[in-house]
Design a protein around this ligand. Structure first.
Ligand code: NDP
Length: 321
């Protein structure tokens, strides 16, 4: 296990002295927040990054620093991907397959949080459809491009603790819609997808991991009312104070993206494969993990049988195997 990195480590701390020349990395969601910084750090250390975005004009602007800081053979190409449309997802995957170049790492980073009730182009609840099913189709279609020794990194969230996936009612057709529960479901699905992908691909040397990046001020709270995030943090801090714990602190964007690059190219694959990481370390979420907003153990998120069941349900939903 690599040592010496933690909650305050930045992308550049984690990659210091690393030469990523020759590595090819796909990062989804490079038009804002953590995806931009993940791409910047990797390209600055020599990786060839393919950045996927639904709004290419926005991504072009947002990644100016990625291109400016690319070094040692590193660079960035953009590709269009709308995870809320399986037509777009399949188009993106088909283009990557037709291109044929291998990937060393795929970082499934893009996501939405606490959206109002709505559906993707294919009729899936927006957060489950975008955060999980879109990535599920994309990654499975390009899985054969991930070279032996490569890995899949799913950017999940500690928000997984808000909810298990309801395999009988993934679209909130029966249960009343709750935007945070829907986010939790999609993030639990990100973790379970990594667990089952890891099981299916590790024999050929491809591993998968999921992670929580920390709490970072990005565009992720765009669907929350003004002040809602600060109120939530206030409630969390009140609970932490009652429990005698230090207050919650936001990470900077380079600190938030650090766990992604650590899991992608620094941590030994056998350490992170099939696991959930946080603060540039493997984190055992099955053993007494406590969240101030949703206390308790959440054994379902790494459960291999549950991961298989979600995989089968997801295949059925998107109509492909
Ligand atoms: P941002 O909102 O800043 O960035 C999200 C990225 O995802 C943007 O590039 C966005 O594109 C893209 N995206 C959203 N919907 C789609 C779609 N339908 N198709 C393609 N791309 C899409 O959020 P963060 O950078 O903070 O989030 C990155 C990941 O980190 C997410 O998966 C999130 O759940 C996770 N995370 C973040 C935390 C935080 O505190 N920030 C905490 C825990 C987890 P566009 O610009 O076009 O909207």
């Amino acid at each position: 296990m690599t040592k010496g990195f933690g909650a305050t480590s930045t992308t550049d701390d984690v990659l210091a002295g690393r030469n990523l020349k020759g590595k090819r990395v796909l990062v989804t969601g490079v038009s804002a927040g953590l995806g931009v910084e993940t791409a910047r750090a990797l390209a600055a250390h020599g990786a060839q990054v393919v950045g996927a975005a639904r709004d290419l004009a926005k991504a072009e602007q947002a990644t100016a620093q990625v291109r400016a800081q690319a070094a040692n053979g590193g660079g960035l190409d953009l590709i269009e991907l709308d995870l809320a449309s399986l037509k777009s997802v399949r188009g993106c995957a088909d283009a990557l397959v037709a291109d044929g170049r291998r990937f060393d790492v795929v970082i499934a980073n893009a996501g939405v949080m606490r959206t109002p009730f709505g559906h993707t182009a294919d009729g899936f609840e927006t957060q489950f459809g975008t955060n999980h099913l879109g990535h599920f189709v994309l990654v499975n279609r390009i899985a054969s491009l991930i070279a032996p020794g490569g890995r899949l990194v799913n950017v999940a969230s500690s928000g997984h603790r808000y909810s298990d996936v309801d395999l009988d009612d993934p679209n909130f057709e029966r249960a009343p819609y709750d935007p945070m529960v829907a986010y939790g479901r999609s993030k639990t699905a990100n973790i379970l997808f990594a667990v089952e992908f890891d099981r299916r691909h590790k024999a050929r040397g491809v591993r998968a991991t999921a992670l929580h990046p920390g709490g970072i001020k990005t565009e992720l709270d765009r669907h929350m009312a003004p002040g809602e995030l600060d109120n939530l943090v206030g409630q969390i801090n009140a609970q932490l104070a009652t429990a005698g714990q230090p207050p919650f602190q936001f990470k900077t964007i380079p600190q938030g993206a650090a766990t992604s690059v650590w899991a992608a190219v620094v941590a030994p694959a056998e350490d992170v494969g099939g696991h959930y990481c946080e603060n540039c370390q493997v984190s055992d979420i099955t053993e007494g993990a406590i969240s101030p907003v949703s206390p308790g153990v959440r054994p379902y998120a790494l459960d291999p049988e549950h991961a298989k069941a979600l995989w089968a349900r997801s295949e059925k939903m998107v109509g492909e195997r």
